[in-house]
Write a protein that binds this ligand. Structure first.
Ligand code: ADP
Ligand code: MG
Length: 310
């Protein structure tokens, strides 16, 4: 499949010399939800601002649906909807007015039925005549989404869509995003919440200090880097491992009371059985067993630490 966004060797150095993006290449495919996951200052907003034509790049190329975002700015931009992180709305404008005006700004012919369908989809149709200033924070955010959808974009960017949002609103936003995917919209969102990436992304790009550290399907990522650990509590303490366990990655902890066996959940299925059997045949009694599956959070923290050279 051809990418809908194709970014090659993109570099951004701000005028103060700060290198915000360092030779970033990434392809985004039609219909997917991709999360750019990274800590504050990683370069997420810079990256999407360049794709949306709001920030200039220093080097590299960005194509959106084969349009160059610099050379063919208008064509590229018309395919894109952007939900910015900050609430940037006119307080005295109405909901319907805000969203309709936004469509007009893209030079699209008025289409009240389409605007109605967008507002209904976001449960904002009943609020169409309300002024922005009357709305709750969550509703304002939905107006921003409606605004971004007003010109029927193929790609929707959401910059930290649930930062500072309560749990219910977060879940609602995720539902809206999933619905949009169902309708064929490609979704690019930035987040520093691991939970959010884990919850809704098809693919996750981990970004830190202007570098993309990894791009991978979420499920594959969880499997590939997902190590499992098994904690084996013993009836009695031991001071060293029985020799029949030397071949396994086992540590003795808690003063000889616990054994911890780390293994690859995909590859070492037989390992667990062998480890348990070998413990028992060497005459050690087991009191309790617990397993632990590493989460995306562990993977994330590990990658970011490695990037920082620690
Ligand atoms: N206009 C700017 N001038 C100089 N540095 C900037 C500017 N905007 C952002 N930065 C810096 O670039 C880095 C990446 O910022 P940003 O893209 O906003 O990160 P994120 O969205 O991941 O939090 C940060 O170190 C930030 O301080
Ligand atoms: Mg940001």
């Amino acid at each position: 499949m051809n990418p809908i966004i194709d970014i090659e060797q993109l570099t951004k150095r701000y005028v103060d010399g700060h290198l915000a993006l360092d030779n970033v290449s990434i392809r985004i495919y039609p219909g997917e939800i991709i999360a750019l996951l990274g800590p504050n200052g990683a370069g997420k907003t810079t990256l999407i601002s360049i794709i949306c034509g709001l920030t200039t790049k220093s080097q590299g190329s960005v194509l959106v649906d084969n349009f160059d975002v610099v050379r063919d700015y208008r064509a590229a931009r018309s395919i894109i909807g952007l939900v910015p992180q900050e609430l940037t709305l006119e307080p005295f404008e109405t909901v319907l007015g805000t969203v309709s005006l936004s469509r007009g700004l893209f030079g699209k012919r008025m289409d009240p039925e389409y605007i109605e369908s967008v507002l209904r989809r976001l449960s904002m149709w009943d609020k169409r005549d309300a002024q922005i200033r009357e709305l709750s924070g969550g509703m304002k955010r939905r107006v921003l989404i409606a605004k971004a959808l007003s010109h029927e974009p193929k790609i929707l960017f959401l910059d930290e869509p649930t930062a500072g949002v309560d749990v219910d609103m977060r879940k609602e936003t995720w539902k809206v995003i999933r619905d949009l995917k169902q309708q064929g919209v490609t979704i690019v969102l930035t987040t520093h919440y691991i939970e959010e990436a884990e919850e809704i992304a098809d693919r996750i790009a981990i970004i830190d200090s202007g570098n993309i550290l990894l791009v991978e399907g979420k499920d594959k990522l969880m499997r590939r880097l997902g190590t499992k650990k098994i904690f084996i509590e013993l009836e009695e303490t031991i001071s060293e491992l029985p020799t029949n366990l030397n071949a396994f990655d086992i540590k003795i902890e808690s003063g000889g009371r616990n054994l911890i066996y780390a293994y690859d959940a995909e590859l070492d299925k037989a390992g667990v059985t062998s480890v348990l059997r070998n413990i028992l045949t060497s005459g050690i009694s087991i009191k309790d067993i617990r397993t632990y599956q590493s989460s995306l959070e562990d993977i994330f923290v590990k990658l970011i630490q490695k990037g920082k050279g620690s």
